[in-house]
Design a protein around this ligand. Structure first.
Ligand SMILES: [Zn+2]
Length: 198
């Protein structure tokens, strides 16, 4: 698995921005370009239906091809705001990312991929998770069984140690991902409509 790509290398598509720019009007068909140093890295064609958007990539985004479902929520001040439903997990999200394998995923799904690919960075913490787990005496079916004669207090302390070790791994990976997830898109240039509504 390639792990050297950083999250800012992912192209991302902001559903709020598409809505604001009129891209979500059913029938609208527009193209988005991602630029770097004046060079087009990839092109995405976005075609809106009433409850979904077809997203097709070309150039650096070739291989992308997915229908993403839209949903909406009420705003406090009236009106509605749109959301993507992540094609991978069905979670509601404002941004979807084009992953290395050209699948579209939400941030949480990307985080899950990173969790797997960065465990090597957390070897010592991961070892501690394994050690504290071993002290909980899991049986073959995955249930932890308190050994006979062990004080409940000892047993609960072992659980706390295991939970803390596991949390340390999650925190480290989350911090690592957050550092690489800038809040604002960097490579989301002004989109220019091509052709107008289909
Ligand atoms: Zn997801």
């Amino acid at each position: 698995m390639r792990t050297k790509l950083l999250v800012e290398d992912y192209r991302r598509i902001d559903v709020r921005r598409l809505a604001r720019d009129g891209f979500l009007v059913p029938g609208a068909r527009r193209r988005l370009h991602w630029l770097s140093g004046g060079e087009v890295l990839g092109t995405i064609t976005v075609t809106a239906g009433s409850t979904f958007v077809d997203i097709i990539g070309e150039g650096g985004a070739a291989g992308v091809g997915e229908t993403v479902t839209l949903t909406e929520s009420d705003c406090n001040l009236g009106g509605t705001r749109p959301w993507w439903l992540c094609p991978s997990c069905d979670r509601r999200c404002a941004l979807i990312y084009i992953d290395i394998d050209k699948a579209l995923r939400c941030r949480e799904c990307l985080r899950a991929v990173y969790l797997v690919s960065t465990l090597g960075r957390s070897d010592r913490r991961q070892d501690r998770v394994e050690k504290t787990r071993a002290r909980l005496h899991f049986d073959a079916s995955g249930h932890a069984v308190k050994p006979e004669g062990m004080h409940l207090k000892t047993w609960l302390r072992r659980w706390q140690e295991h939970d803390a070790a596991r949390q340390a791994v999650v925190d480290e990976v989350a911090a690592w991902v957050d550092k690489r997830m800038p809040p604002q898109p960097r490579r989301y240039p002004r989109s220019r409509p091509v052709g107008g509504p289909a």
